[in-house]
Design a protein around this ligand. Structure first.
Ligand SMILES: *Cc1c(COP(=O)(O)O)cnc(C)c1O
Length: 366
């Protein structure tokens, strides 16, 4: 049986009429940037996140860059980020002109280890960027406590965690601001690129909106040297059509994850750990094994797709050679990078497909 790593087809088939309707509405209105659709989605998404304001952006990376810039973070500043995340988290910091400072994750949750944050705080530290990696919320209470005691901003990277909750509270509602990505493969995905920042501060939202619109607060009046990064009307309309289905689609991911957690039994395979405080949304289902490449090949031979998140740790990427962090300096990030394998996880997986993955992993004998 073929089980792709990810497929949008079941979701697309189910929502085809609504997505076509969204297209028709925008096409009929003949208005494509900064209009009613963007405003309506922003209002719906801020409510979904339990925040006062939402500003649509061109993508998730821009959402994070604009949030940092709007908080006044740039040249000479340091921002604490996890050593194991998608590289966009660190790119947001360096694109804003600041320096990323890597803090190792907890090897059980793969999220930033709050106990290792304070030792990395210096006079230059301005913010902490927790990433709710793989859809699992970070341990936010100690992170917010450290931020308060050291007067640091918190910018959550929620790109993989739409709808996840920490102690019953939605991710994205803890920090000064939170960035989301609507890249098609994310839990809430557009039919193209998209992103958003949510915050409770009107002043911050206004500044982010201006920064993403050439630095302009009203037409042809420019207060910042800004960017062009906006959520277009078509993507906003698609997202507004999909948002009411997000909790239900996340719930199916939880069912798949539960089946995996109960069904997969293999001495060489470490399953994900879900702390008491977390309601994850399973952006990916990440297992770890010292035989990672062999397991990936074994599953591929049986028609099962997998992915590695992420095969090269950020500090060892060519683009960050200037940070001069040698191999071995961040052993937990390196260990995860060498051993992590993500199993198929998407809305619409059939029971037979879920069983096929479980049986294949349990049968792994190389
Ligand atoms: C996808 C992702 C981003 C970037 O979002 P884009 O919309 O692709 O720019 C940022 N951070 C994390 C953790 C991501 O997974």
């Amino acid at each position: 049986m073929k089980v792709p790593f990810v497929s949008f087809v079941p979701m697309e088939q189910e929502l085809a009429a609504e997505l076509r309707g969204a297209f028709e509405r925008v096409f009929r209105a003949s208005w494509y940037i900064k209009g009613k659709e963007d405003a309506a989605f922003e209002s719906a998404f801020s409510e979904f996140c339990g925040r006062e304001h939402c500003v649509g952006t061109g993508n998730g990376l821009d959402a994070l860059i604009l949030a940092l810039e709007a908080l006044g973070i740039g040249q000479g500043d340091e921002v604490i980020v996890p050593s194991d995340t998608y590289i966009a988290t660190a790119l947001a910091v360096t694109n804003a002109g600041a320096m990323p400072v890597f803090v190792e994750p907890d090897i059980r949750t793969y999220n930033i280890d709050p106990a290792r944050i304070e030792e990395k705080i210096t006079a230059r530290t301005k913010a902490i960027m927790p990433v709710h990696l793989y859809g699992l919320p970070c341990d936010m209470d100690p992170i917010m406590d450290i931020a308060r005691r050291h007067h640091l901003f918190v910018v959550e990277d929620c790109a993989q965690a739409h709808g996840a909750a920490y102690k019953g509270q939605a991710v994205g509602s803890f920090g000064d601001a939170a960035g989301f990505s609507f890249y098609p493969g994310k839990n809430l995905g557009a039919l193209g690129d998209g992103g958003a920042v949510v915050t409770d501060s009107k002043a911050l939202a206004d500044k982010i909106r201006a920064l993403g619109n050439y630095g302009s607060d009203y037409k042809y009046h420019n207060i910042y040297q800004g960017h062009n990064s906006r959520l277009d009307e078509l993507q906003a309309a698609f997202l507004a059509a999909k948002l009411p289905h997000l909790n239900r689609m996340n719930a199916q991911r939880r069912v798949i994850a539960q089946r995996y957690l109960e069904g997969i039994r293999h001495p060489d395979v470490i399953l994900p750990y879900v702390p008491e405080y977390a309601s994850p949304v399973w952006h990916v289902f990440a297992v770890r094994t010292q035989k990672r490449d062999a397991l990936a090949a074994y599953l591929a031979d049986r028609g099962i797709g997998t992915m590695k998140h992420y095969p090269i740790p950020m500090h060892l990427q060519d683009c960050y050679r200037e940070l001069q962090i040698p191999q071995g300096a961040l052993p937990i990030a390196e260990e995860i990078s060498a051993t992590e394998l993500s199993l198929p996880m998407y809305y619409g997986m059939t029971d037979a497909q879920i069983d096929a993955v479980i049986d294949a992993v349990n049968g792994f004998d190389r």
